[in-house]
Design a protein around this ligand. Sequence first.
Ligand code: 5AD
Ligand code: SF4
Length: 457
Amino acid sequence: MKLFIQTLGCAMNERDSAHMIAELQNKLNYTLTQDSKEADLILINTCSVREKPEKKLFSEIGAFAKTKKIGAKIGICGCTASHLGEEIIKKAPSVDFVLGARNVSKITQVLERPKAVEVDIDYDDSTYVFASSQDMGIKAHLNISIGCDKKCSYCIVPFTRGKEISIPTDLLLAEAQKLVSNGVKELLLLGQNVNNYGIRFSHSHPKTNFTQLLREISQIEGLYRIRFTSPHPLHMDDEFLEEFANNPIIAKGIHIPLQSGSSRILKMMRRGYDKQWYLDRIAKLKALVPNVGIGTDIIVGFPTESNEDFEDTLDVLKIVEFDTLYSFVYSPRPHTSAYEYDKSMLIPPQIAKERLARLQQLHKEILNKKAQLEIGRIHQVFIENHYDNEGQCFSEGRSSSNKLIKILGKKCDIGSITEVEVTHNEGGALMGKFIREISLGEALSSKNGITLRSYNV
Ligand code: 5AD
Ligand code: SF4
């Protein structure tokens, strides 16, 4: 039996897809295919955070239905499944089942039930032990909580993924240990609100928090790096920032969603912090971890956003100099509180698009400037890929600060830890020279994994 799966949306959705693949491989002997025409089962794991992809879903279902093998099943999973539920089968009768974001553990059951719709957002699979993926690789995702308790006024996620429940620490440690024993060296801890870990468990559980969990996971021998996404700026207390700075296993690249630089808009978004507070956390972080990599998410054109509000966002961009930026035009979503605003409060799409372009242009300029500063720096690069094409070889991997660096003329082993000197910047991509391979022990004993050449001479 062959499985074709298409995954949209965030890392959480990728993790859900990986869970479904593992369940289907281990329990029903499915194998993956890249060709939907030869599949016995076609899964679309959907995202509903913005309107456009959700709208495209029905034309995609139509296209798969036309070309699929006779008898092949189509299942719609993920956030749009939670959001639209039964409506999907009514509108697209070729769909065999609908499986909501928080119900992925039922994948083998729904296959047996024609026209099943499982979209209960209170369903608790926080203690379900999923089948193990057959190919663990060197990097793995580890889901540490489900759902989201926040009430950001633009966000549909609490409606598609339900209330927040943390996964018990002992289950996480056992899973992390298993992954590391199978060769995984980098773990990406996942949660919609990842640093709110410990807020609620479905059974009694010792009191804990995200910082404590980081400490416990980093004890696992053989683990090289921990990353996590997405943390909320509000839960970044000093204790967390100090752990982030001082624990060598925690990679020094962090995603801190800003959403807007205007305190007035942040209040309307119900983010719980203002511009000053955000900048204060960043200043503290930069003081503790020089050269830390910082990524962010920004929404432009939120209802009533004035030029002045937008200038505040540009101002934060200039001060923080983010390394990665995911930027979006506001998209009204049903079930959110901002959806109820009067139409007169909406920003005309043309203005929103112009702001997005200005934001992205400024970010590009910042990146070019920052890339110049990288030249001559030595990074610890964890090799994730290599190519060898008729003698032309290169490797690539990420620095602790999460920068992608390409090493020309050297085929390093995947999973090896190397020291690389950045030599130049080619169209935004950092290129580097291989210096040497280092052991895990040595890698962890050097703080940050970032060394300036001047420290070496
Ligand atoms: N419109 C536009 N962008 C949104 N995001 C969440 N909801 C919306 C929306 N209604 C963005 C946020 C979030 C990222 C995953 O998607 O920036 O951090
Ligand atoms: Fe999309 Fe949000 Fe669902 Fe992730 S949690 S798939 S970003 S709607």
